[in-house]
Design a protein. Structure first.
Length: 156
């Protein structure tokens, strides 16, 4: 595949740097320095086409990644708002999120089976999220890896 994808700001025409890229066949997610996210889909002809994503195209995002589990065929986009809210979009329906967690930044650093929610004003500064299947050939399951300012937490 040989194709140059322009990373221009649609309003100003300025060239934008890419700060993050994520792949999940046949999709490519690009996060740009202005915190915008663009999604592309590979075609059978070896080209990539811009995917209309009205549900999140006008929003700024702190982190973004694509995920496709071995357990299901749908590809999901995981996006983190600057306020620490998590939005999950199915690639088959990009108009609205299929899952929302507004208070992701208020989770404790370690979730255990005996975890009981408590009122707290302490909010973690989340810097990155990544969804991935973790495990071996016998058993894999989806996990959400949440990186805060100092370390990463894995949620199953």
């Amino acid at each position: 595949m040989e194709q140059i994808i322009s990373m221009e700001d649609e309003e100003t025409g300025d060239e934008l740097n890419i700060i993050n890229a994520s792949f999940a066949d046949p999709y490519l997610l690009i996060q740009r320095e202005d915190s915008s996210v663009k999604i592309y889909k590979a075609t059978g002809e070896g080209e990539v086409e811009d995917v209309e994503a009205s549900g999140f195209s006008s929003t700024q995002w702190l982190s973004a990644s694509l995920f496709q589990s071995t357990s299901f065929t749908e590809v999901y986009a995981f996006l983190l708002t600057p306020e620490g809210g998590l939005r999950v979009f199915a690639m088959s329906e990009l108009e609205k999120p299929c899952y929302v967690a507004e208070a992701l930044g208020f989770l404790p650093p370690l979730l255990t089976m005996d975890y009981a929610p408590r009122r707290s004003a302490a909010k973690a500064t989340i810097t990155e999220i990544l969804a991935a299947d973790l495990g071996d050939a016998t058993s894999k399951s989806p996990h959400l890896i949440v990186c805060i300012l100092i370390s990463c937490v894995c949620l199953q």
